[in-house]
Design a protein around this ligand. Structure first.
Ligand SMILES: C=C(OP(=O)(O)O)C(=O)O
Ligand SMILES: [Mg+2]
Length: 399
């Protein structure tokens, strides 16, 4: 049986060198699951609360663990996650921390899968899961909150939309990353890397567009399938007193809509995340009305994986896509609910990492389990390749 015997919590390192929560779930029959919480830097105002790690662990040990040990089945994800919510008692996990909650939720899912002898994506997706694989959106150039002295736009994302397989797509993104490294070297532009492993060169956004466009064209020609690119503008981070301040460029809301619509046309962008502020439902709707049939307009800080905020967006046609980050909302069940609501309403889902990550690969399984058309989980660097390589293994049935 999958009844939880013990939940263990500890602090481990994330990719930024910060502490994060890791959970082990052991079941009475010897099942085992381990998972760690990721952590954002450009966090949305409406996200569930990440507590300081020692506080989150102490609070979860006091309030959640006694309700789980010996009482709840790890294989019953809803029961695990309802128990976490009941133990917390707040809307936003401010008592036990969304970092403790999501680590326990994901570890329980893995323990449930272990007892069943099934891969995690199979346990989460069930027998009638579809057979699609997500297209990986790979961060290749970036700045914003993820790197100093780099682009004002947070992420330029390679989007290998024509790749014949997930493996081809993953390798193509890495090739685009490598090509950009060569282009920067040719230009004599020194470039560090940002938190997610993307190049973080000291260039303007306009220059970055030219470099990324050239790289995706070169690699697309080489591999023989279509590669586009997209953006995460993370606009809420630069919205100040009613204006969008991207480096030296300051724009009103109408100007920002005009600017982004122009970029979609000029670069045939496949994907545009958070082009406007996290409260700007109407402005989002205006942009979606203009270019939503040409590209994905995706809400990250806008929706924060929260069904209530997503429903508000659906009501006004604010976007046509949602980013899914389990730690934004606190449990896998909540993330599933957001995916289901999105899918029912014709929104595309993009399962996503955070800028602070660990080797945990749960999101690769979540994307496959839910038939998500996209996954955003970086391009290179160990904590990113952990998810990408897991996707390749899933496709290869090699788990
Ligand atoms: C992954 C992102 O960054 P962070 O985790 O810093 O929110 C994002 O904004 O989509
Ligand atoms: Mg984002």
């Amino acid at each position: 049986m999958t009844r939880i015997e013990t939940v263990r919590l500890r602090a481990v390192l994330d990719s930024r060198g910060n502490k994060t929560v890791e959970a082990d779930v052991l079941t009475e029959s010897g099942g085992f699951g381990r998972a760690a919480a990721p952590s954002g830097a450009s966090t949305g105002e409406y996200e569930a609360i990440e507590l300081p790690v020692n506080e989150a662990i102490a609070a979860a040990r006091e309030h959640a663990v006694p309700r789980l040990d010996g009482r709840v089945y790890a294989g019953d994800q809803r029961e695990v996650d309802d128990t976490l919510r009941a133990a917390d008692g707040t809307e936003d996990f401010s008592e036990i921390g969304a970092n403790s909650a999501v680590a326990i939720s994901m570890a329980a899912a893995k323990a449930g899968a272990d007892v069943l002898g099934a891969p995690l994506y199979q346990h989460l997706g069930g027998a009638f899961r579809g057979e699609n694989f997500p297209i990986p959106l790979g961060n290749v150039v970036g700045g914003g909150e993820h790197a100093q002295e780099a682009t004002a736009i947070q992420e330029f994302l390679s989007a290998p939309v024509g790749a014949p397989s997930v493996k081809d797509a993953v390798f193509a993104n890495a090739q685009v990353h490598g090509e950009i490294g060569s282009l920067l070297e040719e230009r004599g532009t020194p470039a560090a890397k940002g938190d997610e492993g993307a190049w973080a060169p000291p260039v303007s956004d306009a220059e970055a567009f030219e470099i990324v466009e050239e790289a995706v064209e070169t690699v697309s020609d080489d591999v023989g399938f279509d590669i586009k690119f997209g953006l995460d503008l993370a606009a809420a981070e630069v919205f100040e007193d009613g204006e969008y301040v991207f480096g030296d460029e300051v724009r009103s809301t109408e100007e920002q809509i005009e600017y982004v619509a122009g970029l979609v046309d000029e670069y045939d962008l496949a994907y545009v995340e958070d082009p406007l502020d996290e409260d700007a439902y109407e402005a989002f709707a205006e942009l979606t009305e203009r270019v939503g049939d040409q590209t994905l307009i995706c809400g990250d800080d806008l929706f924060v994986t929260n069904t209530e905020r997503l429903q508000e967006g659906i009501d006004v046609d604010a976007a046509n896509s949602i980013l899914i980050k389990p730690n934004q909302i606190g449990t896998l069940s909540d993330a599933f609910d957001a995916i289901e609501l999105a899918t029912r309403n014709g929104y595309e889902t993009v399962v996503s990492h955070r800028s602070g990550e660990t080797e945990d690969a749960t999101i690769a399984h979540l994307a496959v389990a839910t038939d998500a058309p996209f996954i955003k989980t970086g391009t290179v660097q160990g904590e990113r390749t952990a998810k990408l390589n897991e996707l390749i293994r899933i496709a290869d049935e090699a788990l």
